[in-house]
Design a protein around this ligand. Sequence first.
Ligand code: 1CP
Length: 345
Amino acid sequence: MELKNDLIIRAAKGEQTERTPVWLMRQAGRILPEYRAVRASLSGFIELVKTPDRAAEVTIQPVDILGVDAAIIFSDILVIPEAMGLPYEMVEKKGPLFPETVDSASDLKKLKVADASSDLGYVLDAIKVTKRELDGRVPLIGFAGAPWTIFCYMIEGHGSKTFSKARKMLYNEPVLADQLLQMITDSTIAYLKAQVAAGADIIQIFDSWAGILPANLYERFSLKYISQICDVIEEVPVTVFAKGAYFARRAMGQLNCQTIGLDWNMGIRESRGLIGPEKVLQGNLDPCALYGSEREIQIATQTMLDSFGPYKHIANLGHGVYPDVDPEKVKVFVKTVKEYSAAQR
Ligand code: 1CP
C-alpha cells in the first residue's frame, strides 16, 4: 500500500525531506488516558498484547492524538524470551517478572529458537490489523530488543539497575552466554523478518541496557549480535538505539544499519563526528524537558533541531516518554519539530 506520509522512511534512507520527521519512543500506552481506558477493559498488559484488534487500536492512538509521523507496534521486547520457552508476567506497577530464569546449561537445553509464525503469530496479526487500519497514513515501526538486553532479563528475571547476575555470566560462563545470545539472535532475526513480511515499514532494535557494559564486553557480547541482525534485515531501514553506549559510537557507525539513536547524554555534534556523515541520527531530547513550560519545550526542541541540522535526522526523545508527562506537552514537542524544521528548509 502506498504511504501518504513516508517522511520517516525517506529520512531513514538519507533523502532530503521537506521537514524533519518526529515520533516518540514509548508513545503508545503510558501517557494517554485513551490507552488506559482500553487497558482497563482487559485483564492486563499481556492480554492486550495478545489481542491483535486492541493492540492495533492502541498502536494507532498516538498517530491520531499526538500527530506523530510513525506508529510503533504495541508489544514488548519480552515476547522473545516467552517464544523461546521462558514466559514472563507483568506485575502491576512493578514491571516484568520471569518465574524461571537461565542459570545453567541444563536451563538452556529447555529453550528453543522461536518460530515466528507459531510462537509470535499474535504480534504478526496485530501488525496486519494495524497496517489495514492505518490505511497508509504513516509508516509502522516494528521492533525487538537487542540480544544483550533480552539476555539481561532472561538471566536476572526482572528489571535491575546493574544486571550484575547477567554481567557475571559474561565473566564466569562466556560459552554459555554466547550460546544463549546466539539463540536469542536467531529468534530475533526470524521474528523481525516476519514483522517485515507482515507489513512493518521500518525496524528498531532497543539495546536499553547497553550502558552497563564496559566497552570491550559491549563489542564482544552485544554489538557482535546486533551486527548479525543488521546484516540480514535488508528489506527495510533499521535503527539501532543503544542507551548509554557512548563508548561504542564509532563502532556503531560501522553497523549495517541506516539510523543510530542517541540518548540525551550523547552530544549531538560529537556523536556525528564519531559515527561519521553517512548514518541518519535519531533523538535525543531529554524526556524531562517535557515537564517544562510550553515556551521552554519550544526552545529546547529548536536548539536540538539546530544541532542536528536539517537532514539525516529523525526527531525523538533520548529515551522513552515518561508515564506522567502531560500529552499536551508532547503535542508541543511534535508541533515544534514540524513547524520549526519546515521553516529552516
Ligand atoms: O501494564 C502496562 O501498561 C505495562 C507497561 C508497559 C508497556 C505499555 C510495559 C512493561 N511494556 C509496554 C509496551 C512497550 N515496551 C512498547 C510498545 C509501546 C510503545 O512504544 O509505546 C515498547 C517499544 C516496549 C519496549 C521495552 N520493554 C523496552 C525497550 C525500551 C526502553 O524503554 O528502554 C524495555 C526495556 C522493556 C521491558 C519492560 N516492559 C515493561 C516495563 C515496565 C519494562 C522495563 C522493566 C525494567 O525496569 O527493567
